[in-house]
Ligand binder design. Structure first.
Ligand SMILES: Cc1cc2nc3c(=O)[nH]c(=O)nc-3n(C[C@H](O)[C@H](O)[C@H](O)COP(=O)(O)OP(=O)(O)OC[C@H]3O[C@@H](n4cnc5c(N)ncnc54)[C@H](O)[C@@H]3O)c2cc1C
Length: 232
């Protein structure tokens, strides 16, 4: 009996659709099964309230690889990049709020309302993650390496220290190293620990979640986010 499909993909989210497209491009016959009435998984725009459409979960294309955009010729199917500005808004119960923009000077003024030291530290925090991204970028499209191989990427005392800090310590420890204001730390830990993980920001290993939520340089593609940003 000849199989009707070469591969069946369960779940028509971002990853299922991308995998299906690559396999179909390679000439395979693919079936994608999606339980919802709409494909896209967490990356959809939906009318959640009557007359109001917005992204239900993922709201930024910052992690979408340029290789995928190119290989699948997404522009031909309507893919466009729009930078959003302001980038981030966090209201507090006391009526205060933090609003961040694409403009570092404006962000400096905004954060200085909470702490001058934190306003100075924020660009350093962005630079820290830029350095980390350079290491991680190289393996983003590889299969996840075994832990010893991953640790082997960090050679030299300074790099080893960086690996320990990234992989073993908590997001809260990292934020404490850079910032003093509870509001600024809340802004960065809210995104890392509510959107990426249910773990407490004090839990060991959540520092990598802080990476996921960190302001990343957009070298990978023209993104909806430019540094400094707090995109998820
Ligand atoms: C709050 C939040 C914010 C995020 N923000 C961003 C962002 O701004 N930018 C970004 O790049 N990424 C963001 N992400 C991550 C991004 O959404 C995920 O990486 C991406 O959606 C993963 O795609 P996926 O296909 O693996 O899973 P999903 O998107 O979760 O898709 C899984 C699909 O499988 C379907 N499914 C599950 N079980 C079955 C079944 N048994 N039968 C049939 N269908 C099934 C589901 O209905 C769903 O459509 C965010 C994630 C969250 C949770």
């Amino acid at each position: 009996m000849v199989a009707a499909w070469d591969a069946v993909i369960v779940g028509g989210g971002h990853n299922g659709l991308v995998s299906a497209a690559y396999l179909a491009k390679a000439g395979l016959k693919i079936l994608v099964l999606e339980r919802r009435a709409i494909v896209g998984g967490a990356c959809t725009t939906e009318e959640v309230f009557p007359g109001v459409k917005f992204s239900r979960l993922a709201y930024s294309a910052g992690l979408l690889r340029p290789e995928i955009i190119r290989d699948l010729d997404l522009a031909r199917f309507g893919y466009e990049v729009h930078a959003f500005d302001p980038q981030f808004f966090l209201p507090f119960p006391n009526g205060e709020s933090i609003l961040l923009w694409n403009d570092p000077k404006r962000n400096h003024r905004e954060l200085a309302r909470f702490s001058k030291k934190d306003a100075e530290a924020y660009p350093k925090y962005v630079a820290f993650w830029t350095e980390v991204m350079e290491l991680i970028e190289a393996i983003l499209l590889e299969s996840p390496p075994p832990l010893p191989d991953l640790l082997g990427m960090f050679k030299g005392a300074e790099a080893e220290e960086l690996a320990k800090r990234l992989l073993l310590q908590s997001a809260a420890d990292l934020l404490d190293e850079f910032f003093e204001s509870a509001e600024v730390k809340a802004m960065l830990s809210a995104t890392c620990c509510s959107m990426r993980s249910t773990a407490s920001s004090r839990r060991s290993g959540t520092r990598r979640a802080a990476w996921a939520a960190s302001p990343k340089p957009s070298r990978r593609q023209p993104s909806t986010t430019e540094p400094p940003s707090t995109r998820a």
